[in-house]
Design a protein around this ligand. Structure first.
Ligand SMILES: Nc1ncnc2c1ncn2[C@@H]1O[C@H](COP(=O)(O)OP(=O)(O)OP(=O)(O)O)[C@@H](O)[C@H]1O
Length: 505
């Protein structure tokens, strides 16, 4: 819109612009007013017929000059306002603070590397983590023998994990300039918890630990246990729907929800959500020492089908049947002539079986050739009540049923060696195929076992208390024996709810 130009310079204020931006020239400064006075003076001279006054008057009244003056005023005024604003002490202080902060170097002031570093410099790295308000997402452990501090576990998706800088098994050398050797884990945790930026020389270590995290409020601080308390963090748990009973139970792999031809049974077995507790992002854990007078902890073996989980279980029991025993399964099939109820199986009717399913009495169950089979909680408890160590093998979905305050399962993952190693060690072994025939292992079987093992480890490793690689059978058996003894005799990390039952447990 073209500006309206007031031709009478004496009639200030002049206005220009759109309706939304009416501007009062008189407020814009003295230049316009001075000019108005000059024009008034020249006007007097014109009236007195002074020579040349007419020309000067028309020059000063020219619209272009008026417009130019208005534009100048408009441009000039915001500058003044801005200058006044920026000169304000509060804004000056703010700008000064901004400059100070922006110039500051927030990189940690790292101490010089310790002199006694190993020759291999590449083994040492300095890690810097800025925590903000998040927990670090890692736990530490002290090696009882060497006193060294290690990263025990790294929470999947937590700060440490996302940084990619900390790994389970890394040896901690310093935290924020404090050497950690010989320092109580509680003190190290205090440093980790209280500081914003954590930087540590770390020595890489390749030990495979499983992923657990640290929740700063609870770590090492619970009153009910003198030593330790941590928060387990579960990875995003993936529950395959094609898991079923082990082939060793003569039950083929079946989709779990279809064990009875309907998914209803799955719901019956797990009233709320089959995976509810396993899917929890965190689980508080404590160091637990099994009391000699209490029932033994259940030993639950987990591993890919065909790897030898059942073989190892069988061999362990054979070593000392007075100490180790399996749980007697329930079945709806009729007993064979040599079988005795409660010895090979608990023979029950389908109605009884269904009732047990409805009452969530089974750790696992499935159907084969029209008959139901299941391992019950009570069968496990019977063995434990007899003073023996109960050893069972389970599918991953049964983890929830055995990781309870009642059974306190110690979960041992039987891990496949490489395909090449399996080819060597299984040359004379046979696998029971899905059509229930015993056949020599094929290359595909080994590949399948390896893949299944990797998948299991990836999704459930956080529940493994111990891992045994079943390469040589003899060696694996010895390791199993040792692990089972340790589970009963030595302190172990267990969910805090087992020791201090909560409403949910
Ligand atoms: N380390 C090993 N070396 C050689 N043979 C082995 C080894 N471990 C297991 N086997 C053999 O592999 C075969 C399969 O073992 P097993 O039946 O115990 O597997 P599984 O994991 O229980 O599988 P499934 O659940 O399908 O029965 C058996 O013949 C067993 O003797």
């Amino acid at each position: 819109m073209r500006p309206d130009v007031e031709t009478d310079p004496g009639s200030a204020p002049l206005e220009m612009g759109d309706k939304g931006m009416m501007l009062h020239i008189a407020n814009f400064g003295s230049l316009t007013q001075i000019l108005a006075h000059v024009i008034a003076e020249v006007r007097g001279s014109v009236n007195k017929d002074v020579n040349g006054a007419e020309l000067l008057y028309s020059l000063l009244n020219a619209p272009w000059l008026q417009s130019q003056l208005k534009v100048e005023s408009i441009l000039h005024t915001p500058t003044n306002k801005l200058y006044a604003l920026l000169s304000h002490p509060h804004l000056q202080a703010l700008l000064s603070a901004h400059d100070t902060v922006s110039l500051r170097d927030y990189e940690p002031d790292l101490p010089p590397l310790p002199k006694d570093l190993p020759e291999d410099e590449e083994a040492m790295r300095i890690v810097c983590l800025v925590k903000n308000n998040q927990p670090l997402g890692a736990t530490i452990r002290r090696d009882d023998v060497t006193g060294e501090i290690y990263i025990a576990r790294v929470i999947h998706g937590g700060l440490a994990d996302r940084s990619g800088l900390l790994h389970a098994g890394d040896r901690l050398v310093e935290v924020n300039g404090h050497p950690v050797f010989g320092v109580e884990p509680e003190q190290i945790i205090q440093i980790l918890v209280s500081t914003h930026t954590v930087y540590s020389p770390i020595i890489c270590w390749s030990t495979a630990w499983y992923s657990v995290t640290l929740q700063k409020e609870l770590w090492w601080s619970q009153p009910y246990h003198p030593h330790t308390c941590a928060i387990l963090s579960y990875k995003s748990v993936f529950f395959p729907h094609n898991s079923g009973f082990r082939r060793s139970l003569r039950l083929c792999r079946q989709p779990r929800g279809q064990a009875f031809g309907t998914s209803q049974f799955c719901t019956l077995r797990c009233p709320t959500n089959c995976y509810s507790s396993l899917a929890k992002p965190y689980e508080e854990v404590v160091r637990y020492q099994h009391h000699p007078e209490h029932p033994h902890r259940l030993i639950a073996l987990l591993g890919p089908s065909g790897l030898g989980v059942n073989e190892l279980r069988r061999r362990l029991i054979e070593i000392n049947p007075k100490v180790y025993q399996g749980a007697v399964p329930h079945t709806t099939r009729p007993p064979k002539c040599h079988e005795e109820s409660g010895r090979e199986y608990h023979f029950i009717s389908r109605e009884q079986f269904d009732t047990m399913v409805c009452n969530h009495r089974f750790i696992e169950f499935g159907e084969l050739r029209g008959h139901l089979y299941g391992t019950s909680v009570d069968a496990v408890k019977d063995v434990l009540a007899s003073g023996k160590i109960c050893v069972i093998d389970i599918e991953p979905y049964a983890l929830e049923s055995v990781r309870t305050a009642e059974l306190r399962a110690h979960v041992i993952f039987i891990k496949p060696p490489t395909v090449e190693q399996m080819k060597c060690t299984r040359m004379n072994s046979h696998i029971i195929t899905s059509d229930y025939t015993s056949q020599p292992f094929k290359d595909e079987d080994f590949q399948e076992i390896e893949d299944a093992g990797r998948n299991m480890e990836q999704h459930y490793c956080q529940f493994f208390d111990h891992v045994i690689v079943n390469d040589g059978l003899q060696a694996a058996c010895v390791q199993l024996l040792t692990a089972v003894r340790r589970a009963q005799d030595e302190p172990q990390w267990v969910p805090a709810a087992w020791i201090r039952p909560t409403d949910q447990s």
